[in-house]
Design a protein around this ligand. Sequence first.
Ligand code: SF4
Length: 353
Amino acid sequence: MLPDYLPGAEAYSDQKDTGLKEAMFQEETPRGIMCRICPNECVLKEGELSQCHNRKVVKSKLRTLAYGNPCSVNIDPIEKKPLYHFFPGSKAYSIATAGCNLACLNCQNWSISQTSPDKTRNYSFSPDKVVEESIRTNCKSIAYTYSEPVTFYEYAWDTARLARSAGIKNIFKSNGYINREPLEKICGVLDAANIDLKSFNDTTYLRLSGGKLQPVLESLKVYRDKGVWLEITNLIVPSWTDKYEEIKAMCNWLVKNGFSENPLHFSRFYPVYRLEQLPPTPLETLTTAAKIATDEGMKYVYVGNVPGNEMADTKCPHCGTVIIKRTGYRIDFNRTKDGKCLTCNRPVAGVWQ
Ligand code: SF4
């Protein structure tokens, strides 16, 4: 059962005078208050709204409008994130507030990502309630997802800390556009992440999403170094991110930087938001990209958003047996035990128990 809807941006708070929680990682500068959470590093004056639409300076402090007021609450299969090597077949209690620090032309969730919590219909849902509900509904994990958890950092941080102490796992589905210090901090309570690597071309990154490539690459390294289980998604958008030489360069970088055992999901684009005029990604483009990735040395390569495709199955990288068979988000069989292939008894990368 879901909690009641909240009016507007009202949120759980320890800030009695404003009704809004103070933001973390804020710093006073001569030009205004700077948010140091993501590379946008917004500098805001009294009353100004951030680029991510959910932070504002009120009474001389940067405050989050996105605390305890998710606009989306669902129970999802973990495969939907997608996370294929992290407790397959389990359920993730999934929450999102309005707001995002990027502005992708192809955003599937633009109606919540490109707006502010005072414009969405929100639930009243404190961190302890989220944890309680995730336990009550037998979810293995809580996923901070759909919009961008980097921008509801304080809510995710408080919830994730409580979840961890209750034995619930924490998952970020994120664009990876976050500065090192806040990322290192939240990695202390995260168990897994799926990060969008949108392109391997800096100009394309900027034009398609409004962000830069390098900070995302740096984030991947932090997740790796902090021991958070990591899977990577690359959405192939026709005429934008379907250049094979860039896909090859991306996979080459991933292998060289120690990500060959991290699953790579090539995801099919469907016409949406500001790219409605484009066709869906041709299947041949996706399968060619998958072959390039495998040839470069990526061990677990998937094609997603394509119903009934065999490239959603997990094959043992040692003996080639199909060890996890999937239909959509459903697991048809799982032939692993204790993280090992049941056929050849060799390890399969991931978090299985
Ligand atoms: S998290 Fe939001 S407020 Fe902070 S720097 Fe990024 S876009 Fe600006």
